[in-house]
Ligand binder design. Structure first.
Ligand code: ADP
Ligand code: MG
Length: 586
């Protein structure tokens, strides 16, 4: 019982509600025609429900993983066709056929994942679209094995026999599959992998600095899509009683893709609404026009996108959210955090070097952004990195966090040579960072934005989350897109703190903060150093703030360190003053 309640809690929020509405609609759409004795509508809704379950996993692939696949119809088709070939033509029966069909679907689905590791966006779309175009032609061309254009009849007696009530086993299986797909999607999004998948899609860069390997998550998304699509393909065979190349033309792949888009990218209920509209309008209501199906999809999609730019469900949810958001978004108060008694104080760090950079060079074409930089950051210190715009500060942080490999030079983190490490491996070494433009994920709640930091933490109950947990409720219901700019910076800093990374690289974290917020921010920096034992490399344009908090300052100019020392020394250095004349209070 308690476990069941925990599950429901997991599904709380818009995702869970939409999944439940979807399940009710699926059940009603199949049960009502059966009870009413309409074989025509029962058949139509069984097919559309199978399409919905494919569209649900396509939604996960497109909206959560950011992968454009126009080839899911071929995955669906290969599962169905294998059942026909193995089951009927080779007389192995439905069960063996289904197992082979599943294997074929997973194989093809993962074949799509391979290009996705290298290419993205339109290129990936093109590769998968080619597969969808070629697939039905292959079915015809290989007619010795596939029975070609004549198709293959398949009878599965146990599944389609009607009981006294008119229900069939296949109807039950379709309801279970579609409901399971919706529930799975809602539950998956609340998991660590589900959050990380969305982060990797929204910003692969930021994802890697949070320890995420985007390639692995893409692979996972394609696997989930292949399994869901494959099972739907298997069940399609007994519903139709027949497979033919005609059923798996490229239209089908386009149909799945558009179902997601017009229903509302990223909305749980979107694929269902999209598939219903796209299937029922041209096929059922305008059956005489079925030759113009592709044109029908195009017109319906165009009209809907004009009225609902975020898809039907997406646009409605957006309106609802704006309506509710008039009550202001709860602010993230740093005070909150700073006044919290920290129980597990880290021991003061010994004076070893956390980051050592030697001879770092990096050029962009003719321009030497880093011309041989040496930098050593002592563990447990706040180290300021200042310099005029374009002097190479961000480039140096990118190199240290593994986002932009050096042309030459060495980077050591806690003594480990990390020069050639990919960003997610550097994150695993304990390097966390924020960006000059905060990477906040507007499709997630404020709380989820914090959670993806905690997801990167080696321990499961980081101190920050315990402290902030009292605001979990309100932050779970608010999106960060309504937060003022300064708060987005604070949110990103909170996220990297939540990741428990002992080394923090902060790129102009105080830009855009008010004087009062800067004072709080300076307190936060000292708090992180003194009470949590963090090492901080902070890039700042504004010398005043750095003077207040840094133990040591390096000054970068045109890709070279021109001065280094304790704040007082830097403050009085005439060369530095000359560099910053006019910008000191900017
Ligand atoms: P800062 O952060 O100190 O303002 P950057 O490190 O962003 O400076 O940039 C240093 C120099 O390198 C600038 O002249 C910038 O135009 C150039 N630069 C940075 N990134 C790239 C890039 N990806 N491609 C080409 N030039 C770049
Ligand atoms: Mg910069």
């Amino acid at each position: 019982m308690a476990r069941a309640l925990a599950r429901i809690n997991l599904l709380r929020g818009a995702d869970g509600a939409q999944a439940l509405i979807g399940i009710v609609l699926v059940i009603a759409s199949i049960v009502i025609p059966i009870l009413a004795g309409s074989a025509y509508w029962t058949h139509n809704f069984l097919i559309v429900s199978l399409f919905v379950s494919v569209a649900v996993v396509q939604n996960l692939l497109l909206s959560d993983a950011g992968q454009v696949s126009f080839g899911q119809g071929a995955v669906f088709g290969i599962a169905a066709y294998t059942v026909g070939m193995v089951g009927t033509l080779w007389s192995q029966g439905f069960v063996i056929g289904a197992l082979c069909g599943m294997a074929a679907a997973i194989l093809l689905g993962l074949l799509f994942a391979l290009p996705a590791l290298r290419v993205q966006g339109y290129y990936l779309g093109f590769v998968t679209l080619s597969a969808a175009v070629v697939f039905p032609q292959m079915l015809v061309a290989l007619n010795d094995y596939t029975n070609g254009i004549n198709g293959i009849p398949v009878t599965v007696p146990g599944l389609s026999e009607q009981g006294q009530t008119g229900f069939t086993l296949i109807a039950l299986l379709v309801i279970v599959l579609t409901s399971a797909a919706l529930l799975f999607h809602a539950a998956f999004r609340a998991t660590r992998a589900g959050r990380r998948m969305r982060v990797a899609a929204a910003s692969p860069e930021a994802a890697m600095t949070l320890g995420i390997d985007p390639g692995r998550l893409r692979f996972l998304a394609f696997s989930i899509a292949a399994i869901g699509t494959g099972i739907a393909g298997l069940l399609y065979v007994p519903v139709l009683g027949f497979v033919s190349p005609y059923a798996f033309r490229v239209d089908l792949s386009i149909f799945f893709f558009f179902s997601v888009v017009i229903g509302g990218n990223g909305q749980l209920l979107g694929p269902l609404i999209g598939a219903w509209i796209l299937y029922l309008v041209p096929n059922a209501l305008l059956a005489g026009w079925s030759d113009y199906r592709l044109v029908g999809y195009g017109i319906v999609a165009l009209l809907i996108m004009l009225v609902f730019p975020d898809g039907v469900v997406g646009s409605m949810m957006d309106r609802l959210r704006r309506f509710r958001a008039r009550e202001s978004v709860p602010l993230i108060a740093m005070d909150h955090l700073l006044n919290d008694p920290v129980t597990d104080l880290s021991p003061p760090a010994s004076a070893t070097s956390a980051i050592v950079v030697t001879g770092a060079r990096k050029s962009f074409g003719q321009l030497a952004a880093l011309g041989g930089v040496d930098l050593s950051v002592t563990a447990g210190h706040i180290h300021g990195l200042v310099g005029p715009n374009g002097s190479g500060k961000t480039t140096l942080l990118n190199a240290i966090s593994g986002l932009a490999p050096l042309d030459s030079g060495v980077i050591r983190i806690d003594g480990t040579d990390a020069t050639r490490f990919a960003a997610h491996r550097l994150a695993a070494l304990g390097v966390g960072r924020t960006f000059q433009t905060p990477r906040i994920f507007d499709s997630m709640s404020i709380w989820e934005n914090l959670m993806i930091g905690a997801d990167a933490a080696p321990t499961h109950d980081p101190w920050l989350l315990r402290t902030l947990a009292r605001d979990e409720e309100s932050w779970s219901e608010s999106r960060p897109d309504l937060l003022p700019h300064a708060q987005r910076r604070v949110l990103e800093i909170m996220r990297v703190i939540a990741s428990d990374a002992p080394i923090l690289l902060l790129d102009e974290p105080a830009a855009g903060l008010s004087p009062e917020e800067r004072r709080d921010f300076a307190r936060l920096m000292r708090f992180l150093r003194d009470r949590l034992g963090r090492t901080i490399l902070i890039v700042e344009h504004d010398l005043d703030l750095v003077w207040r908090v840094a133990d040591r300052i390096s000054v970068l100019d045109a890709g070279l360190i021109v001065a280094e020392g304790p704040p007082d020394e830097i403050h009085d250095n005439p060369r530095v003053r000359a560099l910053f004349t006019g910008t000191i209070n900017a």
